[in-house]
Design a protein around this ligand. Structure first.
Ligand code: F3S
Length: 392
């Protein structure tokens, strides 16, 4: 693996112990994955931010680091909102104290405290940008919907890349590794009564299980950006999908033939029966939307559904702080309904949700994660069904 003179100096410790450790992580990753060298990145997104997931050892490691990141870097959701956590019954003062130490450690390192899995709503990321992002849905969105290039980094790998400003050049940074290897056709699409726009998450949930290690290409569907986000998040959760294409819709597939559907490919059909099978009607104690964090358009849809209603059971809405601040009019209507609008954290990484034994979600990613991460039964519904459940 090629290192330039500057990389070598960092590795020899000329710039201090933390950069040396970080370069060591990048070199180790590069060797494992057969990288030919390091490639400059334009931003990093660092997971391992909730004390619920990193625990004491993670905090100790972070606290041992010195220096600052050299590219714009943001955090994944932490375990609680940065303010107002006291009103959340599931957050203990002990947890909050540890979580604040984690935040302080990242802040000291220069990582921005935009704690979100949707950093693309806050910072411009462009087609062809090389990144080191780590949250799986953000990685899938960056690669597939924006046409940027990132592998699915672990927290330490993303932080190391943020410190050095480079990442090992392998995997999805290389164009020939981004070609589709399996195709999905979706049946019943033409019949709007059977499969609707709300069902893209479900399509992703099923496709993720079937794709294996191959990059999927979908045909005969026309999702918008929010629907692509839901599909990608679900595929990354039920499978290991970090990039997918939609024939002539996603940016790379629009630009180049090699990223389009090819009739010679193995093609799997997903039908209404499998999709409808995910929507079970069970009683729930709480409802949560915003996995991944809501876009401004999704917030607007939620506001239209909630306006003039009162929620009658705990209803959580997870959104990036920057998006809430940009839309105070939406925030007000959501709060007026009695729903709990929460920045910085999410339904999976916050202990707040662990106190419920059953949770309804509109996210197929959450459907996959809530049972293990929150110890609760998960019910899947559309955003409208979630609002109906919370307000009836
Ligand atoms: Fe984001 Fe948490 Fe879902 S990180 S994608 S809201 S599990």
């Amino acid at each position: 693996m090629y290192l330039d003179t500057e990389d070598e100096k960092i590795l020899e410790g000329e710039y201090g112990e933390t950069p040396r450790k970080m370069m060591e992580i990048l070199v180790a990753l590069g060797k494992v994955f057969g990288a030919d060298g390091l490639i400059p990145i334009s931003s990093a997104q660092v997971s391992g931010a909730s004390y619920k997931t990193i625990g004491r050892w993670g905090l100790e490691w972070l606290s041992s680091l010195k220096g600052r990141v050299v590219v714009p870097s943001v955090l994944n959701p932490i375990g609680m909102p940065r303010d107002g956590w006291q009103s959340m019954a599931g957050i203990t003062p002990e947890f909050a104290e540890r979580q604040n130490e984690v935040i302080e450690a990242y802040h000291r390192l220069g990582v921005k405290l935009e704690c979100t899995c949707t950093p693309y709503y806050l910072r411009n990321t462009e087609y062809g940008d090389h990144l080191a992002w780590s949250e799986s849905s953000a990685v899938c969105y960056a690669n597939s919907v924006i046409g940027a290039r990132t592998n699915r980094e672990g927290g330490p790998g993303a932080l190391a890349a943020a410190f050095i400003g480079k990442t090992p050049n392998y995997g999805l940074h290389i164009v020939k590794n981004r070609m589709p290897g399996i195709a999905f056709d979706v049946e019943g699409w033409d019949d709007g009564r059977v499969i609707r726009g709300d069902h893209y998450g479900a399509i992703g949930y099923i496709a993720g299980k079937l794709a294996g290690t191959k990059i999927p290409v979908f045909k005969n569907i026309r999702p918008n950006r929010d629907q692509l986000k839901a599909m990608g998040a679900a595929m990354a959760a039920t499978g290991s999908v970090a990039l997918f294409h939609v024939d002539r819709i996603t940016p790379e597939s629009r630009v180049r033939e090699m990223f389009r559907y090819d009739p010679g490919m193995e093609t799997i059909t997903i039908g209404p029966e499998e999709i409808n099978g995910l929507y079970e009607n069970i009683d729930v104690e709480a409802v949560a939307v915003g996995c991944p964090h809501l876009s401004p358009d999704e917030m607007a849809r939620l506001v239209a559904l909630l306006e003039g209603k009162n929620v009658l059971k705990p209803f959580y809405v997870f959104v990036a702080r920057g998006v809430i601040n940009a839309h105070p009019e939406y925030a007000e209507i959501i709060r007026r309904s009695g729903a709990i609008l929460v920045p910085d954290t999410c339904m999976v990484v916050s202990p707040e949700m662990d106190r419920f034994s059953s949770i309804m979600v509109d996210s197929a990613k959450a459907l996959a994660y809530v049972p293990n991460m929150c110890g609760a039964v998960a019910r899947f519904g559309t955003m409208k069904e979630c609002v109906d459940e919370a307000t009836r």
